[in-house]
Design a protein around this ligand. Structure first.
Ligand code: SF4
Length: 402
């Protein structure tokens, strides 16, 4: 079994959550396409979809998606489903009542419980693990970018050109906006103020970490406001890659090279998604921001012309040192800790590359696949309170302070 297209890692849409808004939206579209003469639809949300659905605007997006049909959204907080992001559609048509379970598996992708549906099921790569991909590239003397370009459709470069434009637009909008993010937390939008404050600091306006952080904040705040962003690999982690792009631009890297770097990043994202998870509800934030950090490191290493071993090692270091990262969005909103976390992990991606290029290549003990496998196992073992339920961590601490 090989890998699917990297395009499913980078999906343009409205925030704030790929699994809690994009996935349910695609699920509604699937139901509306499949059933004719619909009289009524009841959608029941389970697990993380129920526990953090209000903060993630899940009910709102379902209302919008089903606005032309009588419908109801129910939250079932008690029933435990095999996958935490499960929803049941009960569809009444002129032919009877039909029930269908759909799972939002992260990054906007959905499957049915019996796996009959996956919006982008086609596997286009012959390899599934990074070791096999590396071996193939090294023995055929091709770069990771070339490997991706050889297997994806011819329109892929243009697809990623648009991805870069959407990311740039999100940064621009985020830097202009002020006021408060939606929801009960009353979190102020900060990217604009941070940008204005930067020149007054002793570090100066060319400080890399501050510039990277501001770009990440701008996009993460756009996401939290329901603005248009690109999943990379999810909505909650959408600020990481734009932060890394800011760094590349500061270093004079061309847009053409950045677009190719995004394609390389996608390869690492799809390896994680297909061999582990990119869902915070399934595996914690290591699967979202940890994977984004790993993708960002791969992109930066590619753009600096590093060899295949260094690119993979950069991505590995970034993922390895994100292991165990929990998901606890305060009050169910993709705001605290998500926004600051995007910024810090963009900076971490840069540092992972710096570390990888000075560590000798002949003494590597942990492979990328080892880290992916560990991330998945750690995620499955993680206490559910730390997997997008807002029942533990900061969410619990702050709730108890009120
Ligand atoms: S803590 Fe991480 S995984 Fe959880 S909602 Fe925020 S960004 Fe997503």
């Amino acid at each position: 079994m090989g890998l699917r297209s990297i395009k499913e890692i980078f999906i343009t849409g409205h925030g704030p959550s790929s699994s809690h808004t994009m996935g349910p939206h695609f699920a509604c579209q699937y139901i509306l396409k499949k059933y004719k003469d619909i009289k009524n639809i009841t959608v029941t949300l389970y697990g993380s979809l129920a526990l953090t659905g209000k903060g993630h605007l899940t009910d709102h997006i379902i209302d919008l998606s089903l606005k032309d049909y009588p419908h109801e959204v129910k939250f079932d907080y008690k029933t435990v489903t095999e996958h935490p992001n499960t929803m049941t559609f009960e569809v009444t048509t002129s032919k009877g009542v039909f029930s269908e379970n759909v799972i939002s598996i992260g990054g906007g992708s959905i499957i049915t419980v019996d796996n009959l549906l996956d919006t982008k099921i086609k596997e286009i790569y012959p390899h599934r693990y990074m070791k096999n991909i590396m071996d193939y590239c090294l023995s055929n003397d091709i770069s990771l970018y070339q490997y991706v370009a050889d297997h994806e459709d011819k329109d892929t470069y243009d697809y990623f050109k648009k991805v870069l434009k959407v990311m740039d637009d999100a940064v621009e909008r985020g830097l202009k906006a002020d006021g408060y993010l939606p929801g009960s937390l009353k979190v102020k939008r900060k990217a604009k103020a941070m940008h204005e404050n930067m020149e007054h600091t002793t570090l100066g306006e060319n400080d890399v970490a501050m510039n990277v952080a501001i770009a990440s904040f701008a996009v993460a705040e756009e996401n939290a406001s329901g603005g248009i962003i690109v999943t990379a690999p999810t909505c909650g982690s959408a600020g990481v890659i734009p932060g890394c792009i800011k760094y590349l631009r500061m270093k004079g890297v061309s847009d053409e090279n950045i677009i190719k770097g995004l394609m390389v990043a996608g390869l690492f994202g799809i390896v994680c998604k297909m061999n582990a998870s990119v869902s915070g509800a399934e595996c914690g934030c290591q699967a979202e921001i940890g994977v984004a950090c790993s993708m960002g490191a791969a992109m930066i290493a590619h753009c600096f012309g590093k060899n295949t071993i260094d690119i993979v090692q950069s991505a590995e270091i970034a993922l390895e040192h994100s292991l165990g990262l929990t998901c606890d969005p305060v009050d169910g909103y993709v705001q605290i800790p998500c926004i600051e976390r995007c910024a810090l992990f963009a900076i971490k991606a840069i540092n992972a590359v710096k570390l990888a290029v000075i560590i000798p290549d002949d003494d590597i003990h942990v492979s990328y696949d080892d880290s992916v496998k560990t991330m998945y196992k750690t995620g499955l073992d993680m206490n559910p309170n730390y997997k997008e339920t807002s029942l533990g961590g900061l969410a619990e601490t702050l709730a108890n302070e009120e």
